[in-house]
Ligand binder design. Sequence first.
Ligand SMILES: Nc1ncnc2c1ncn2[C@@H]1O[C@H](COP(=O)(O)OP(=O)(O)O)[C@@H](O)[C@H]1O
Ligand SMILES: [Mg+2]
Length: 329
Amino acid sequence: MADGAPLLDVSGLTRYFDVSKPWLNRVLEREQRQFLTAVADASFSIKRGETFALVGESGSGKSTIAKMIVGLLTPSAGEIRFDGQPLRFDQGRISRTLRRRFQMIFQDPFASLNPRWRVGDIIAEPIRTFGLASGPAVTAEARRLLDVVGLSATDINKFPHEFSGGQRQRIAIARALSSKPEFIVCDEPTSALDVSVQAQILNLMRDLQDEFGLTYLLISHDLSVVRHMANRIGVLYLGRLVEQADAKRLFTDPQHPYSRMLLDAVPDLALSGRRRQPVTGEIPNPIDPPPGCAFHPRCPHVMEVCRRELPAPRETATGAAACHLLTTA
Ligand SMILES: Nc1ncnc2c1ncn2[C@@H]1O[C@H](COP(=O)(O)OP(=O)(O)O)[C@@H](O)[C@H]1O
Ligand SMILES: [Mg+2]
């Protein structure tokens, strides 16, 4: 399935936000401004045909990474390569030929679909933008895509509000598919849906992956969603990737205490033979992160070094983890 060079390669990706009070911006020197580090030095790559999942609690930087990859946000530092070509942000726009090849699905399909447009026009827009068809062929393609995502071709003249949440997400998926992409970033694609509907959408995503050879970046705070979808997983904590591993391995043998804490919080996933550790404490304020390892105030294994030094990523069986325990063990 997956072979050769990665389809997506992210290295040293970093994004700061200026969070000084707006009226102060004009009078403050740059050094005095307050910056929040939403994503720090993130590196990972995704092979063609794979699903790479990014997990982490709310505020860990998942959506910021997603938006940089699809060009909605400019990185502060680092590089994103798609099929070997660096995405350039200098003109604020990514080349159209490259842009057609990746799409994004958002958490809230109601917010991401224009309520005043008919479904046919919503799906047709990327087809026209990228010049993939013209005239009656556009409508025919929109009908075909509705069928592909399990809706009816006659839905083409309806408006988004006439559909349920799950159906709206199907429309968003049809729209994403309309530019014939190879890669889709799915940011919490089922978080806004009822549990019963979640599985249907995830199954659809998997079927489409097989049918069209799609590569996914799946973002979720929910490990039970990720478990059935991902080949590889990256765990984010306060903007940093603390662990990366093959999915099976992460669920059976997590190396970072934070990964273990996340797993233990999900009853069905809790590792057998180990006492469950509840998720304790709260994510620190990213404007003023703890020194050393940002996880140290919540870590059950905290050592002196953790309060001082940022742990470097160490190689593990199927990836890497950034924890001083792996160095001192
Ligand atoms: N436009 C922005 N301006 C200032 N801070 C932001 C902005 N977007 C995100 N952040 C901050 O960056 C951090 C990461 O946010 P986000 O990427 O949305 O996390 P997640 O998707 O994992 O919940 C959070 O602390 C959030 O408040
Ligand atoms: Mg988010």
